[in-house]
Design a protein around this ligand. Structure first.
Ligand code: AMO
Length: 431
């Protein structure tokens, strides 16, 4: 059958009565009433009912087979007046075996088995909706950075050293040398600010050798990283992040009405996102019975709780927690003028989950060297890093967000594995 004449279901449904069309897609459902056969045919744009009285072979079709069908569009029996296709001819492109390895009708299959069969799982309209939305979120981020004058960069994912915690590095064989998978484009984005681009971003894979079996950790995720020069403080970075979150939500609401409906999700564009110092956050948590020491980081329970408190108090799904203790931040975070135990840093928490970490960076070489010493990091061991600060480097700061976590939190998904097609975790290396 001639695929050149193929119409998407969405366009076929808009054809005039008696138009001849060719459609192609997956057999979602087959039903017989007397000697009439009905097929629900699904393609990437929708579902079309096909009606036939002539073809006995239809009874031999199996769910999820791929067919090409031609016929005449007619007003159907449905109250909505939606058109259907009166079948004239059809061809089986690929017959699906039975039974299917996962349940696409009742949606009862466990997540692990679903991911093992992801290409089938993604035919489920809800799963499909998640990845269409993810694609729009990605586009929104690219559009946003572009409109704000950021330059896109691509940096190496095989590196000779890390800059975050050493424990999280995946070692790889690189001919006769030791190498690592990149745990962050941190060095490179700072380098490119110093290169004079001033504002750069990258969306790319980030690898973390974390043996965390949680609903929010992956060993490979998509990082959204940006860095900007000539800032006055970390507030300038937070301003950009805040504008970006609003942009993403506005764009997704406008472009994904059908998909958001499918998932029963209503997005809310945030008002001003509150910025609360860590000390104050700890007092708020304390009042709710969660005690944390001065040097403690927020654990996942604390993040969840502060998410609830902020929702109640500020009617906000987002909160920037600022001024993290120096003991919990990497050596390159700048300290405020009068407090050597704090940092000019922040995390963004969205519905109780951290989705971003950022800071103003220390750009003064001597101080940075000293900070490295305090953390046991020898700047010479990070190839090319120290030189960024020796030959003309403006004040700068940036942020790293996890795309998978953004999708997870925006769509209120229980598990981060729902927001990435092919998750990697300590127990999964395929598909
Ligand atoms: P950080 O290590 O906090 O900061 O990472 C930034 C953001 O990446 C996401 N993320 C993860 N997502 C899924 N699985 C993981 N294991 C995981 N780890 C982190 C989170 C997190 O907020 N260089 C700094 C960023 C910067 O300062 O610019 C960094 O990498 O959403």
């Amino acid at each position: 059958m001639n695929l050149e004449k193929r119409k998407y279901v969405k366009d076929a449904l808009n054809e005039k009565d008696n138009s001849k069309v060719v459609v192609a897609g997956w057999v979602e459902k087959i039903k017989s009433m007397g000697n009439i056969n009905f097929i629900n045919l699904r393609d990437r744009t929708g579902v079309l009912q096909i009606v036939s009285q002539r073809f006995k072979e239809i009874n031999k079709l199996t769910p999820e087979s791929v067919i090409v069908a031609s016929g005449i569009m007619k007003k159907g029996q449905k109250k909505s007046g939606e058109k259907e296709l009166l079948l004239e001819d059809f061809e089986v492109m690929n017959k699906a075996e039975t039974p299917l390895p996962i349940d696409l009708v009742q949606d009862t299959t466990q997540i692990d088995k679903r991911i093992n069969n992801r290409f089938l799982d993604a035919r489920n309209p809800k799963v499909n909706a998640i990845f269409r939305i993810r694609s729009e979120i990605f586009k929104a981020i690219v559009d946003f950075f572009s409109e704000e004058g950021f330059i896109n960069i691509n940096t190496p994912k095989i590196t000779s050293s890390g800059v975050e915690s050493g424990a999280e590095l995946f070692e790889v064989k690189y001919f006769n040398k030791g190498a690592y998978l990149s745990q962050s484009p941190q060095i490179y984005k700072q380098m490119m600010v110093a290169a004079g681009f001033e504002k750069v971003y990258e969306i790319g894979p980030v690898f973390r050798a974390e043996k965390s079996r949680t609903v929010r950790h992956l060993t490979e995720f998509t990082g959204v990283d940006m860095e900007m020069g000539f800032i006055e403080s970390e507030d300038d970075v937070m301003d950009v992040v805040e504008r970006m979150m609003k942009y993403i939500i506005r764009h997704t609401t406008a472009k994904c009405e059908y998909e958001l409906d499918t998932l029963n999700i209503e997005l809310k564009i945030p008002n001003k996102i509150p910025r609360i110092k860590m000390k104050e956050v700890k007092l708020m948590l304390d009042k709710c019975g969660k005690k944390l020491g001065e040097e403690d980081d927020l654990d996942s329970e604390a993040e969840k709780l502060i998410g609830e408190i902020v929702k109640e108090k500020y009617n906000s799904e987002f909160v920037f927690v600022t001024d993290y203790p120096w003991s919990k931040r990497p050596f390159y975070h700048m300290k405020p003028k009068n407090n050597k135990n704090s940092t000019k840093s922040f995390d963004l928490i969205f519905n109780g989950t951290e989705i971003a970490t950022g800071a103003q960076r220390e750009h003064r070489y001597e101080i940075l060297k000293q900070q490295g010493k305090e953390k046991g990091v020898n700047l010479d061991s990070i190839k090319g890093y120290k030189d960024i600060f020796r030959f003309g480097c403006p004040t700068h700061g940036g942020v790293g967000l996890g795309l998978d976590r953004i999708v997870q939190c925006l769509l209120k998904l229980d598990n981060i594995r729902e927001s990435i097609l092919f998750p990697r975790d300590p127990d999964r290396l395929s598909p």
